[in-house]
Design a protein around this ligand. Structure first.
Ligand code: RB5
Length: 149
């Protein structure tokens, strides 16, 4: 898969670990930054870049990391077509795909150990959307449409 990654300064080190793991699994990684953990940056800039790449189809899925994952998920979900899920464990990572058809996964580098974050990411990539939940995704898309007019 072609996977877009983004992080702020708080998530930068975890992003590097996730990126190396994805590459070792044969995925193509597109890194949207940030690249220096010592320079404070604003997470919406990276959420925007990755989410637009996912929404346009230039990458298949997105991965966003900040301190808690909260800011990234809020910002990413502002982009039409994005279903960004903040995950904390294997269960939320799996259900984000199975039930919610999430196309972006967000994680908190200050909350998750790198090994658990990698495990969450592996499960997020391994699972697929269960079509029995499509009606709910259609309703989410309808909210997006209503809000745009
Ligand atoms: C940056 O200090 C921090 O606010 C950010 O990484 C994130 O946790 C926001 O949700």
């Amino acid at each position: 898969m072609r996977i877009g990654l983004g992080a702020d300064h708080a998530g930068c080190a975890l992003k590097v670990a996730l990126s190396a793991h994805l590459a070792s699994q044969g995925h193509e990684v597109v890194d949207y930054g940030t690249f220096d953990p010592d320079v404070s940056v604003d997470y919406p800039d990276f959420a925007r870049a990755v989410s637009l790449a996912v929404a346009s189809g230039s990458v298949d899925l997105g991965v966003l990391v900040c301190g808690t994952g909260i800011g990234m998920s809020i910002a990413a979900n502002k982009v039409p077509g994005i279903r960004a899920a903040l995950v904390h464990d294997v269960t939320t990572a799996r259900l984000a795909r199975l039930h919610n058809g999430a196309n972006v996964v967000c994680m908190g580098a200050r909350l998750l150990a790198p090994a658990l974050a990698i495990e969450c990411l592996d499960w997020f990539l391994a699972e697929s959307f269960e079509v029995r939940h499509q009606r709910r995704l259609d309703k989410i898309a309808a909210i997006e449409k209503d809000s745009a007019s």
